[in-house]
Design a protein around this ligand. Structure first.
Ligand code: SAJ
Length: 415
């Protein structure tokens, strides 16, 4: 019952199905049953209304699966410290389902994972019960496409790819999802559906890696990479703009492609684009700190001892999620060089860091006290005009102040 499960449960409940949200978090379960939401795009009123109607309930008790016709698995698929896939959440969920597997049940895995997970890992576990897939129970993969904070594309109007282990499995999954999603996209099998999702996010990671390398090239050429991209995107066909940044954050884009490259390694193949993009994207925080060092040097200051404010630490604008955020790397690198680092982010009141946690600086106190302000996440909430009025040195990694009047008292360095 996270950012994928809750919106999906709501759509099914709105369609009148009898929906049970199962979660290991008793706190989440209690919040939902109290008619409140902890998910950005789902209001308290929505949850309260469905709970009152009786079509949505939450529980930590997996035994309710004994009466469930269908179950959708929407659990995290992070990386281990070793950068290998951590599918323990999927395994735990499947083991819990297996204990209550019964005839006629449909199981759909939604969590992003490597191609083969459904057929090679989930299927054997479920068939250990002696029940047969496609006959006694049905199994499919259908990737989640939830984009938190996206007001335009929500669960109902985002096309849903569905790949069953057998044709009958695909048909059962279609019968379920047609209650919640307007457009369904059946594919040949589960592994195809797993691969579709990985293409979607690898496409982003590789293109972001391309424009990050373009930023490094433009820096050497003395060309403004932002002007280059904004001009290239006037091409009305055959081009799609991506933008350089301080690094690649979030729990999808930096991670999903590594699930694919990991799987291919087991098949003796090196996914070169994924590995190259990952190398470039993860080197951006270091590049940002090199530019900071250069800019301070330009005003005869060392990083060591400088007061630096990092503006925005969430992994992308207007969200509060800091998972894999490049700001965390940048703060760590600056601290290791002896800088006195603060951060300000209206969505992130405090930040746990390996080098010691910080609380968000109140920008109402102004920007004049800092030797440098670094825009790492360009939240809408920041007052960029005031920043330029009060700060003497600004490093803009997001092209956030483009087009604004820069007073003589302020120097702006761009990525
Ligand atoms: N980023 C860049 N340059 C870009 C785009 C993104 O540096 O041109 C950075 C962001 O700052 C962030 C990271 O990449 O740190 C990921 O950004 P993202 O825009 O891809 O946003 P995510 O991580 O929330 O990705 C989600 C994904 N949704 C799902 O997996 C269901 C992705 O497939 C969506 O395309 C993306 O949202 C979206 O379009 O908003």
């Amino acid at each position: 019952m996270g950012y994928v499960g809750v919106p999906l449960a709501v759509e099914f409940a709105k369609a009148g199905l009898d929906v049970l949200g199962i979660d290991v978090s008793a706190e989440k379960v209690a919040t939902l049953n109290a008619g409140r939401s902890y998910i950005l795009d789902v209001s308290d009123e929505t949850i309260a209304g469905l709970v009152a109607l009786g079509t949505l309930r939450a529980t930590t008790d997996f035994s309710v699966l004994a009466d469930a016709d269908a179950v959708c698995i929407c659990v995290p698929t992070p990386l281990r410290k070793s950068q290998d896939p951590d599918i323990s959440f999927i395994v735990n969920a499947v083991d819990a389902i297996r204990a209550h597997l019964h005839r006629g049940m449909l199981i759909v895995l939604e969590s992003t994972t490597y191609p083969g997970t459904t057929e090679e890992l989930v299927l054997p576990k479920l068939e250990e019960t002696g029940l047969k897939v496609g006959v006694d129970f049905f199994l499919a993969f259908s990737p989640e496409r939830v984009d938190p904070g996206n007001r335009q594309f929500i669960t109902r109007n985002t096309p849903k790819v569905i790949g069953g282990v057998t044709q009958a499995c695909t048909e059962k999954a279609i019968a379920l999802y047609r209650h919640a999603v307007d457009r369904l996209v059946p594919v040949s099998n589960a592994r195809t559906a797993e691969m579709v999702k990985l293409l979607e996010n690898t496409f982003r990671a590789v293109n972001i890696g391309l424009v990050n390398e373009l930023a490094l090239m433009c820096n050497r050429l003395g060309v403004d990479v932002w002007e280059v991209i904004d001009s290239a995107k006037t091409k009305p066909f055959g081009f799609m703009p991506f933008y350089p940044g301080p690094g690649l954050g979030g729990h999808c884009i930096p991670i999903d492609p590594l699930y694919l490259s990991w799987k291919l390694k087991t098949l003796d193949y090196t996914a070169r684009f994924i590995e190259l993009a990952s190398t470039i994207n993860s080197s951006m925080p270091q590049y940002v700190v090199e530019k900071i060092t250069e800019a301070l040097n330009g005003v005869r200051k060392s990083v060591n001892g400088s007061k630096i404010l990092v503006l925005g630490v969430a992994y992308k604008r207007n969200v509060s999620d800091t998972r894999e955020s490049p700001a965390i790397d940048i703060i760590g690198l600056l601290r290791r060089k002896g800088a006195d680092v603060s951060y300000a982010d209206p969505h992130v009141p405090e930040l746990d860091l390996p080098s010691g946690s910080l609380v968000s600086y109140d920008v109402e106190q102004g920007f004049g006290a800092f030797d440098m302000v670094v825009i790492v996440t360009d939240h809408k909430a920041f007052n960029y005009k005031r920043l330029l009025r009060e700060a003497s040195l600004v490093f803009d990694t997001r092209n956030a102040v483009t087009g604004l009047q820069v007073p003589a008292s302020c120097t702006v360095v761009k990525l």
